[in-house]
Design a binder for this molecule. Sequence first.
Ligand code: IMP
Ligand code: MG
Length: 176
Amino acid sequence: MSEKIRVLLSEEEVDSRIQQIAAKISKDYAGKEIHMICVLKGGVFFMCELAKRITVPVSLDFMSVSSYGDDTKSSGVVRIVKDLDQPLEGKEVLIVEDIIDSGRTLSYLIEILKSRNPNSVRLCTLLDKPERRIKDVTVDYCCFDIPDEFVVGYGLDYAQKYRNLPYIGVVELGAD
Ligand code: IMP
Ligand code: MG
């Protein structure tokens, strides 16, 4: 089967929207420091681009949870594959995600992180598919709402491929 990628959001669109969101975050956190938590691996490209444009001091930590196999379907199972290196006590935590789909991963993660006594926990996502929501999550910052289509690029993968595309695309499977 062949795979084609149709561009949904161009590199320019994504970059300029990240700039806008970074400016809003910098304003909202004026006088504070942000402890950014990247959800690996998908969130890593977005985290770097976002962090570079934020003007208040930031620290970074990384976590890996799994809710999906190497396919486009949710397994419904969420587990911590790699935990954070640093404690969250008293910090202004900003979770950085690639995409919110069913919301299962994030609702689970937010509860775990809140139990570690941060001063605040907010969520920033590059993409949101609101139609697909099963578990309620409050999204504080979202770059783009997208339709219910499987997307790749800017960190997002299809069977571990396409994470390095500098734009967001939809995978189209051909019969050949
Ligand atoms: P949720 O728990 O259903 O919200 O799933 C969130 C995770 O599923 C994301 O962090 C992605 O890793 C993955 N995911 C959901 N939709 C897509 C997609 O369209 N493309 C690539 N990965 C996706
Ligand atoms: Mg993810």
